[in-house]
Design a binder for this molecule. Structure first.
Ligand code: ATR
Length: 279
């Protein structure tokens, strides 16, 4: 139990050592002069339910949830936001005073807020989007793009069946393309997003040909290590506006921090530096 009145939050995952969230929330706690703590917690799937039930009793006001628990917490939570239910995963839990666990997904919010900050001229309804990947991150990005008014979402994934199931879940705005010809999706696309792990340190390169990329396109990579991926370098060289993956990571944390600690944190160059310090 923490000192009375000192709120605790944290992040639950397995593994957890790689998480940047303690750096992010630690920075926000310090820069806002809040007496609270944000703690990384290694919790196995078998222990998840029991740990979540116990944390409020120890002074926790909520937690972030990361791989592999984002889907499982939807079953455990008492109240699930529409957005989290639609995505099928939650990353932010609030332990309410009435004892109920409230689950939300702020990944899509983080994605849009990051673009709005870095590329305020972006307007989703202006043209088709092209999304690479159909995993958990893609689900949040696609829901956010649909909500933002993208007229068409072209989707390619190495495992085509995963892209097909996103189409059946999220509707006919999604047009599935073959992974081997994924470069063709770029023709006329105004929003381009890599949600795969390609280009991440230790993972294979993102090698999809970018010849069809329009200089009017906004290109986002959710990979943030490295910050400047080969995709973003090539897109910038082609004249595109680019948004790196760090902004999404920072912005997705803001709604949880506000609910737990009562202050809406800012995402600025200091926030970026605080999290980048660990790379
Ligand atoms: P996340 O929650 O981060 O999206 P994920 O659900 O494991 O993680 O999804 C990872 C994405 O990267 C998937 O779209 C995956 O493609 P598959 O569905 O075919 O696995 C994609 N990905 C990972 N490694 C890849 C590779 N070497 N080539 C192409 N796509 C890859």
């Amino acid at each position: 139990m923490s000192e009375p009145g000192v709120p605790l939050a944290g992040v639950i995952g397995y593994p957890i050592a790689h998480s940047r969230s303690p750096l992010l929330h630690g920075h926000w706690l310090r820069s806002n002069g809040i007496r609270g703590h944000y703690i990384p917690m290694l919790v196995s799937q078998a222990d998840l339910r029991e740990v979540l039930a116990a944390l409020p009793k120890a002074g926790f006001v909520g937690v972030n949830v990361t791989i592999p628990h984002k889907e499982a917490v939807i079953q455990i939570a008492d109240v699930v936001t529409d957005r989290a239910a639609l995505i099928g995963a939650a990353n932010t839990l609030i332990f309410r005073k009435d004892g109920k666990i409230h689950a939300d997904n702020t990944d899509g919010y983080g994605f849009i807020a990051s673009i709005e900050q870095e590329a305020p001229q972006w307007y989703a309804p202006a043209g088709p989007a092209a999304v690479f990947g159909a995993g958990g991150a893609a689900r949040a990005v696609i829901v956010a793009l649909i909500e933002a008014g993208a007229p068409e979402i072209r989707l390619a994934n190495r495992t085509r069946s995963r892209a097909e199931s996103l189409r059946s879940e999220f509707g006919s705005k999604i047009i599935v393309h073959d992974w081997v010809q994924a470069g063709a999706m770029l023709e006329g696309a105004l929003t381009v997003v890599n949600t795969t792990s390609l280009g991440m340190v230790g993972k294979p390169e993102f090698k999809i040909p970018l010849d069809a990329l329009s200089p009017r396109a906004l290109v986002c990579d959710i990979v943030y290590n490295p910050l400047r991926t080969a995709l973003l370098e090539a897109a910038e060289a082609a004249g595109c506006t680019v948004v790196d993956g760090l902004g999404m990571l920072l912005h997705q944390g803001a709604p949880g921090f506000e609910r737990w600690f009562g202050v809406r944190p800012v995402v600025d160059s200091e926030t970026r530096a605080a999290v980048l310090g660990a790379f």
